[in-house]
Design a binder for this molecule. Structure first.
Ligand SMILES: Nc1nc2c(c(=O)[nH]1)N[C@H]1C(S)=C(S)[C@@H](COP(=O)(O)OP(=O)(O)OC[C@H]3O[C@@H](n4cnc5c(N)ncnc54)[C@H](O)[C@@H]3O)O[C@H]1N2
Ligand code: MOO
Length: 400
């Protein structure tokens, strides 16, 4: 059995980011920038006012109170077209271009207006309340770098740069295959020994949350023909994820059938719990992640391997973040497998994050999986630890 660390290295070794595609800004949310994006305009486009007030020559305000003649107005989108001389001012509004001849703006509250005269109660220095052209960015300047995840704030910047289409990584297309005669689609009529598939929907949701396009191929029965037909349907995907049929039982034939289709096996079985019978291979250059059937094992395998794999396909590096935590209960000495204990995160009085592992860690307990907010990670052969001691935990976000 290989370690989680080595397994992860091997899973990511051959992974290349998906090709780039252009998407319109409204569709860019959550996508990953594929190449640096440069500004097409300056921001602001001209020297503009940061205040409602009067555009003046700072030199005219050296001794106050001073009185100037208002010779016109500059509003946002409607600049003053003349040039002003000494002793003159222009009524100006926020965002309006600074008139030629002026170099500062005095805010309205520091003035008194009477007809075409304005009395200045404060002096201003050159450049005061003026936003110079290109203060934010200049044309040609890189605004968004490759690898940036596009949220509302980054979309604001793209729009300000006058870039309506963005080069982003194509969404990784992930085919998901559940297996097992006992598994049915949720909502389908259930025969006596059947149970609904939770792995397919959960994996599809995780893929979607990570910006991928999930295709549930369905549920293959425990026969070579059924599995083989469904594996064939995966053609065209960027990644194939299977769940179940990964162990050593008579009906665990996923690996064999994939091999018949030409999959080159990289590894099978990892020193981790849950998730030991996890498999990884490559089918016609498409990575194949074979997760165990137990729902918790499948999801732990997905958080540990599928998350970084999908991120890599999107041009991102790394997986879930691991944080130091204080243990909320005693834990036993560990054996040779790296343990992932479902746990609840809270904070103690000092603000330190506390992770309390659930009492029940059976890999078929889905209810605890749903409420857990972290996996406490216990490295192989870790010594027993008492409540209050420090440990490490993977934080489980649901929306990325
Ligand atoms: N002799 C051994 N037996 C087992 C070993 C072992 O090393 N030697 N490993 C155990 C471990 S660890 C795990 S994990 C499981 C993994 O088994 P499989 O990947 O072959 O999974 P299945 O047998 O198909 O199913 C296991 C369990 O999970 C349920 N299941 C499967 N798919 C789904 C689904 N889509 N949604 C909900 N539940 C699902 C299935 O009904 C079984 O109860 O093997 C151990 N055995
Ligand atoms: O590793 Mo299996 O994943 O115990 O449940």
């Amino acid at each position: 059995m290989i370690s989680v660390e080595v397994a992860l290295e091997r899973v990511l070794a051959g992974c290349r980011p998906s090709p780039a595609e252009l998407v319109a800004l409204p569709s860019a949310l959550g996508r990953v920038v594929a190449e640096d994006v440069v500004a097409r305009v300056a921001h602001p486009p001209l020297d503009v006012s940061a205040m409602d007030g009067y555009a003046v020559r700072a030199a005219d305000t050296a001794s106050i109170p001073a009185e100037l003649t208002v010779v016109g107005q500059s509003a946002a989108g409607h600049p003053f077209t003349g040039e002003i001389g000494s002793g003159q001012a222009v009524r100006i509004f926020t965002g309006a271009p600074i008139p030629l001849g002026t170099d500062a703006v005095i805010m309205q509250e520091d003035t008194e207006r009477e007809g075409d005269r304005v009395r200045l109660l404060e002096s201003v220095s050159a450049g005061q309340s003026v936003r110079p052209r290109g203060m934010d960015f200049q044309p040609g300047q890189v605004g968004l770098t490759a690898g940036t995840i596009l949220g509302p704030r980054q979309i604001a910047l793209a729009a300000a740069m006058n870039v309506p289409w963005l080069p982003v990584r194509r969404r990784p297309r992930v085919a998901i295959l559940s297996t097992g005669d006992e598994i049915a689609m949720p909502g389908d009529p259930l025969a006596a020994a059947q149970l609904p598939s939770c792995n397919g929907p959960a994996l599809a949701a995780l893929v979607t949350a990570l910006g991928g396009e999930a295709l549930q191929l369905g549920i293959a029965g425990d026969s070579r023909d059924s599995l083989s037909a469904m594996v064939a349907a995966a053609n065209g995907c960027d990644l194939l994820v299977t769940s179940g049929g990964a162990s050593v039982g008579d009906y665990d034939m996923v690996q064999d059938v994939l091999a018949e289709h030409g999959m080159k096996l990289d590894f099978w079985k990892i020193a981790m719990r849950p998730g030991k019978p996890l498999m990884f291979g490559t089918l016609k250059s498409v990575p194949v992640l074979g997760l165990p059937g137990n729902p918790v094992s499948a999801m732990v395998g997905a958080y540990v391997f599928l998350v970084p794999l999908l991120r890599a396909l999107s041009g991102l590096v790394g997986g879930l973040s691991e944080i130091p935590v204080r243990l909320g209960r005693d834990v036993r000495a560990n054996d040779a497998r790296q343990d992932y204990l479902r746990a609840d995160l809270t904070r103690d009085q000092d603000g330190v994050v506390v992770a309390t592992p659930h009492e029940r860690q059976d890999s078929a307990v889905v209810s605890g999986l749903a409420t857990a907010t972290a996996f406490v990670v216990r490295t192989p052969h870790a010594a027993a630890a008492k409540a209050g001691e420090m440990a490490s935990a993977l934080v489980l976000p649901d929306i990325f």
